[in-house]
Design a protein around this ligand. Sequence first.
Ligand code: ADP
Ligand code: MG
Length: 214
Amino acid sequence: MTALDAAWAERWVRTAAAEVTAHRDELTELDRLIGDGDHGVNMDRGFSAVVARLDDPEAPPRETVGQVLHLVAATLMSTVGGASGPLYGTAFLRASKVTDRAGLDAAGVVSLMEAAAEGIVTRGHAGPGDKTMVDAWQPAVEAAQRAEADGDPAQVLRAAATAASDGARATIPWVATKGRASYLGERSAGTEDPGARSTAILLAAAAAAAGPAS
Ligand code: ADP
Ligand code: MG
């Protein structure tokens, strides 16, 4: 099975940036319904800045997955703002610390996912069912752990991405108990959590960057 290298990480981030731009209005509309209507704009600003850093000829070369993810973390923290900037920044920072090597096997991808999810929970103190991005990350980690035995890092990502998307959709009927949406109480029911949706978009990009299923 092909290990995932720094070139994969860069493809992931560039694909994520394009997908975030494509879904910017959708994310903003979800956040308009149960938040303050800036999530798509926040994410698009952050990932556009990440791509600009990757394209900067002065930027140092990236030899490991961790170096790419560290660049993402630092850029998101300084550009995204809102609740999601520090949350995604911490996720990518934690993930960068467990991926500072040339290639990731299936276990390496599981470690990346676990570290990212732990970072979000440590930073935001949300648990499953609070209707936040944790409700996409948590099932994604569990699916990644189940898929690890298969030994294919791309398959681990595909399993995680599918679970994140299902997890995000499952938040629709829920009442939010963390984050800005919780201020709405019962009126937060009926809308997908924007951060869970953006998590699903980011993980779908990670799987797509690893190549099609064989
Ligand atoms: P803000 O809420 O500050 O406007 P964004 O709109 O960019 O920030 O992001 C909102 C998303 O952040 C929510 O949809 C939710 O998924 C996520 N979020 C908010 N608070 C938390 C938290 N404590 N833990 C995990 N995720 C959270
Ligand atoms: Mg918002």
